[in-house]
Design a binder for this molecule. Structure first.
Ligand SMILES: Cc1cc2nc3c(=O)[nH]c(=O)nc-3n(C[C@H](O)[C@H](O)[C@H](O)COP(=O)(O)O)c2cc1C
Length: 119
């Protein structure tokens, strides 16, 4: 997947999501829109690309990644786990993000475990 060109100097953020019924997609779209409106004084702001993980977005083209998955039965959707595992090395080099569900990006080893209330 090739994102649209970002304005020169802006921070490029990928908002990737896995959704079954559209709820997570809506949350991801809201986050992408909010990030686009962030423009600290003197900065060129952020350009965001909203992409379902099924389209296999390439995180190496971005400065930061926000990833969110719907959770069913305590598990991320399979496609979110597959995408994260496939891009693990690249994701280690990005700024930390958080999932729309609200917990910090977990270590890969915990992706199949239910999220806990403490994080
Ligand atoms: C059968 C079923 C099981 C679910 N299991 C969990 C769960 O274990 N943990 C959780 O936080 N949410 C759980 N949810 C809630 C969904 O993750 C939540 O509604 C999510 O926003 C759905 O996202 P989607 O519309 O993008 O598919 C469950 C929902 C359903 C219908």
């Amino acid at each position: 997947m090739t994102p649209s060109p970002a304005p020169a100097g802006s921070t490029r953020v990928l908002v990737a999501f896995a959704s079954r019924h559209g709820g997570t997609r809506q949350i991801a779209a809201t986050i992408a829109s909010a990030l686009r409106s962030v423009a600290p004084a003197g900065s060129r702001g952020m350009s965001t690309v909203l992409a379902p993980v099924e389209l296999w977005p390439d995180p190496t083209r971005f400065d930061a990644v926000v990833l969110g998955s719907a959770v069913y039965g305590g598990r991320w959707l399979d496609q979110a786990v597959r995408w994260t595992e496939a891009w693990a090395l690249a994701l280690r080099g990005t700024a930390p993000g958080c999932s729309p569900a609200g917990w910090p990006r977990p270590p890969l080893s915990s992706l199949r475990r239910p999220p806990t209330s403490s994080g």
